[in-house]
Design a protein around this ligand. Structure first.
Ligand SMILES: Nc1ncnc2c1ncn2[C@@H]1O[C@H](COP(=O)(O)OP(=O)(O)OP(=O)(O)O)[C@@H](O)[C@H]1O
Length: 443
């Protein structure tokens, strides 16, 4: 890990110096500012692991700086130096988001401990805010690959079943790489109607088509300097596959109706739960595009291939659910955990999350019982048996029918609450709306 850096803000030169010397002895580099304006400018321009600010500054208060950092750098721990006995300000600072305070005259032992704590936060945070729960060998390999791929700029194709964590992996690659300060733009290719896809991705100029009242930038331009995550890339219609290939090759896009291409600097990550290689074989996905996006393939294993991760994941989700609702999370009883360990999780980690959310609602005491989990009797894998012979109606019609039946079932079970139904189906609200339209069910 690189040398830690602290932003020290105080209008008194000798305090700045005292703090800077103390920090230097701890191998922490200090950058000093004498007022709020200077502090803001430095915080916006340079990386820091810790901020230490005096309460009273010539152009505002330390609390203003804490608030500013909370908005702009929520990961940066900030502490305030308060006047002796000024409990009120200390409390106010903590409420504003400061992680600690130290009172004047500054006790160097207290200061050292405070800095150590802040730096431990940094270690826990590093290398990114997001993390994958699970310590199974496949998860460890995945984490190592993410760290390696984050440093490269090559397109990565993330494969894996639905709900395995592909989007989370894409976000981590972005967050741990040199583009982390830039935007991460996720696009669900299956949720954008084919006729809008080009203008959504590349933008359009005013008057390009009816309803194009002004210039609009596309998702490529929105991801400038960052990462574009093309999820469900198998759903890209053929005409868009050609255009995407060109955009990747030329590092430029042409907005609909524009005369010229505009250069774009984005890293492309893509994913699908479908077997893209098989789609290439079947002639449904362009081979040249496949080679372009699949420079590196990262496979996210299904949950049933790493069952030892289930207890840690369950604990993680229970804590998260409790934090969202307030209060203590219920415990997972031994019998319930055993049931989870046996369950095949066709919907993977997302399904585990949903099961636990439901269990928390159903659970009456402080312990989740197997019946609270409501695991499907058939193991969740046999909802639709694959037909033994090629269906007479043809694959497309057959798949449409299955899709329609599954969606209708989810809608009925949720009394046509689309948000709930989308959640149950493990797709976004937008994706559900799009599918309803496609299947003529949106009337
Ligand atoms: N190892 C993990 N640790 C913590 N949370 C995880 C892990 N894997 C997945 N999740 C969580 O599970 C949920 C589903 O993950 P995600 O959306 O990334 O899956 P996906 O593979 O992209 O799904 P889909 O193919 O349906 O788009 C998210 O809430 C994600 O944060």
């Amino acid at each position: 890990m690189s040398r830690a850096r602290a932003l020290v803000v105080d209008d008194e030169a000798d305090i700045r110096e005292l703090v800077a010397i103390t920090l230097a002895r701890m191998d922490v580099e200090a950058r000093c500012a004498a007022d709020l304006a200077e502090a803001r400018a430095l915080a916006g321009a340079e990386p820091f692991d810790l901020c230490l600010t005096d309460m009273r500054l010539p152009d505002g208060s330390g609390i203003d700086l804490v608030r500013h950092l909370q908005r702009t750098r929520p990961d940066l721990p900030a502490a305030v130096i308060t006047a002796y006995g000024d409990v009120e300000s200390a409390v106010e600072a903590l409420k504003a988001g400061a992680f600690d305070f130290v009172s004047k005259p500054v006790d160097l032992g207290v200061l050292r401990r405070l800095v150590e704590t802040a730096l431990r936060l940094r270690e826990r945070r590093a290398p990114g805010r997001l993390h994958l729960v699970g310590d199974s060998p496949p998860m460890r390999r995945l984490r190592a690959m993410i760290a390696k791929l984050a440093r490269s700029q090559a397109p990565v194709y993330i494969s894996g079943e639905s709900g395995t964590g592909k989007e989370l992996v894409a976000r981590m690659i972005h967050e741990q790489g040199p583009r982390a300060a830039g935007p991460f733009v996720p696009v669900n290719c299956g949720a954008i109607p084919a006729e809008l896809m080009e203008s959504e991705l590349f933008g359009h100029v005013k008057g390009a088509f009816t309803g194009a009242a002004a210039d609009k930038e596309g998702l490529f331009q929105a991801a400038e300097g960052g990462t574009l995550f093309l999820d469900e890339i198998a759903e890209l219609p053929p005409h868009m596959q050609v255009k995407l290939l060109r955009a990747i090759q030329e590092k430029a896009v042409r907005p609909v109706g524009a005369a010229r291409e505009v250069p774009v600097d984005v890293r492309i990550l893509s994913a699908t739960h479908k077997d893209l290689a098989a789609l290439v074989q079947a002639g449904e996905f362009r081979q040249d595009l496949y080679y372009r996006i699949n420079v590196i393939e990262l496979a996210v294993p299904p949950l049933r291939a790493r069952r030892e991760d289930i207890p840690a994941l369950a604990e993680h989700f229970l804590a998260r659910i409790a934090a969202a609702h307030g209060g203590e999370p219920p415990r997972l009883g031994a019998a319930a955990l055993e049931a989870l360990m046996r369950y095949p999780f066709p919907g993977n980690v997302r399904e585990l999350e949903n099961i636990l959310e439901r269990a928390c609602t159903l659970c009456e005491g402080d312990e989740i019982r197997p019946e609270d989990l409501q695991l499907p009797e058939d193991g969740g894998s046999g909802a639709f048996e694959a037909p033994e012979a090629v269906p007479e109606e043809g694959l497309e019609t057959y798949l449409d029918r299955i899709e329609r039946e599954t969606i209708l079932k989810a809608l009925e079970e949720t009394r046509w609450n689309r948000t709930q139904a989308a959640k149950r189906l493990g797709i976004s609200f937008r994706a559900l709306r799009y599918r309803l339209k496609k299947l003529g069910l949106d009337g």
